[in-house]
Write a protein that binds this ligand. Structure first.
Ligand SMILES: [Zn+2]
Ligand SMILES: [Zn+2]
Ligand SMILES: [Zn+2]
Length: 344
C-alpha cells in the first residue's frame, strides 16, 4: 500500500529549472530528466549540460548521429586546459548556462567559485581567473571606443563640437557599466557570488563591430549599428525563476531607467542658452532608455526573458515607462518645433 502511494506522488526534478514534476522526460543525449517545457535539447542547453557533466555518466545516445566521445577525442587539449582537480570526482559541477550570466545547480556552488581550484569551469568566459578590475577595464574601454566610432560625425567636428563625441561615448560607457553593476549589486545583496566577466562570444561580436566601425570611418561611410557586448555580470547560484532571479535581472534595466531619468532632468535644467549641451544631455538620457529597452526584449540572453517569466506585471510596467521616456526624449531631440532644448 505504502509503496503504491509513494509511486503515485513521486516527483522528479527538472535538471534545467529545478522544479518538481510528476512527469519528466529523459533526454537521451545528456541523460538528464526534464519537464515538458525543457525536454527539448535546445531548451535545456544540452551541449552545455553535456560539457559540464563531461559525459561521466555515459548515458545512452543511440540516435542523433552525434558521437560525443569522438568529438572529445579529437580535442584532447580541451581536457588538459581544465584547471579543475575535481572534474573527475564523483560530485557533479554545473556550468554557466547559455546566457553566460547565470549559474544553475545552486547546491553545487562552492565557496570562492571564481577561484581556479574551485572545480567550476567557466565556459564562454575569457580569462576566467583574471581580476574583475581588469575585465571591467577592458570591457569599458571597448565600449568607449565603439561608442566613439558610433557617434563620430564629420559635421560635429566642423561645428567645433568634437567634445560632444567624447561626452556621448562616455555616457554610453557609464550606461553600460551602471546596468551591469545593477545586476551585480542586487546579486551581492542576496549573498550570491558575482563578477563582471568578458565573454568570448560577446568579445568576438564586439571586435567584429569595432573593425567594421574603423573601416567605415576610414572609408567615410555610415557606420552600421554594431552590438557592443564585450562582457556581462556572471551570477552564480540562480537556478530557477524566482523572486531572487527576477530582481537580479530587472536591476539592470531599472538602473538605466533611473539614470536616464536623472540625465533627462539635467538636460532640461541646462539653460537653452547653452544649446546644444542640453541636447547632447538628452541624447545621453536616450542612450539609457535604448540600452534598457533593448535588454527588455524577451528573447535569448537578454534580461527581458527572465523578467517576463518571473513577473508579467513588473515586466510590462518597466517596459512601458522605458518606452514612454524614450519616445518623449526622442521627440525633444528630433522634432525642432516642440523641442524644449532649442533656444527661442
Ligand atoms: Zn524545467
Ligand atoms: Zn539533453
Ligand atoms: Zn542586463
Amino acid at each position: 500500500m505504502e509503496k503504491e502511494f509513494w509511486r503515485t506522488i513521486e516527483m522528479e526534478k527538472c535538471y534545467h529549472c529545478g522544479e518538481l514534476f510528476s512527469q519528466t522526460f529523459r533526454c537521451d543525449k545528456c541523460g538528464q530528466e526534464y519537464c515538458n517545457r525543457h525536454k527539448d535539447p535546445i531548451d535545456h542547453e544540452c551541449n552545455l549540460v553535456r560539457e559540464s557533466l563531461n559525459m561521466q555518466d555515459n548515458p545512452s545516445h543511440q540516435h542523433g548521429g552525434f558521437n560525443y566521445e569522438d568529438s572529445y577525442a579529437q580535442r584532447p587539449q580541451w581536457t588538459e586546459q581544465t584547471p579543475s582537480p575535481n572534474r573527475r570526482g564523483p560530485e557533479r559541477r554545473g556550468t554557466t548556462d547559455g546566457s553566460f550570466t547565470w549559474y544553475r545547480e545552486q547546491r553545487y556552488v562552492p565557496e570562492n567559485a571564481f577561484d581556479p581550484d574551485s572545480g567550476i569551469e567557466f565556459k564562454g568566459i575569457l580569462f576566467p581567473y583574471k581580476s574583475e578590475a581588469l575585465h571591467l577595464l577592458v570591457g569599458a574601454t571597448l565600449i568607449f571606443i565603439i561608442g566613439f566610432i558610433g557617434f563620430y560625425n564629420e559635421q560635429l567636428i566642423e561645428l567645433d563640437l568634437t567634445w560632444s563625441i567624447f561626452m556621448l561615448a562616455g555616457f554610453y560607457t557609464t550606461a553600460f557599466l551602471f546596468h551591469e553593476f545593477g545586476h551585480r549589486q542586487v546579486a551581492k545583496h542576496f549573498g550570491l557570488q558575482t563578477k563582471f566577466r568578458l565573454l568570448t562570444f560577446g568579445m568576438i561580436i564586439t571586435v567584429i563591430g569595432l573593425v567594421m566601425g574603423i573601416f567605415s570611418l576610414l572609408l567615410n561611410t555610415v557606420a552600421l549599428p554594431s552590438l557592443a557586448l564585450p562582457g556581462a555580470v556572471v551570477v552564480l547560484g540562480l537556478d530557477k525563476i524566482n523572486r531572487q532571479t527576477g530582481l537580479t535581472k530587472i536591476a539592470g534595466p531599472t538602473v538605466n531607467l533611473f539614470y536616464g531619468f536623472i540625465l533627462l532632468i539635467i538636460s532640461f535644467l541646462i539653460p537653452t542658452a547653452l544649446y546644444p549641451l542640453n541636447l547632447f544631455m538628452g541624447y545621453a538620457a536616450a542612450l539609457n532608455f535604448i540600452l534598457g529597452g533593448f535588454n527588455l526584449i524577451p528573447l535569448g540572453i537578454l534580461d527581458g526573458k527572465n523578467i517576463l517569466q518571473w513577473n508579467k506585471g513588473a515586466y510590462f510596467l518597466i517596459t512601458l515607462w522605458m518606452v514612454i521616456f524614450l519616445v518623449f526624449t526622442l521627440l525633444n531631440i528630433y522634432i525642432v518645433e516642440i523641442s524644449l532644448y532649442i533656444p527661442r
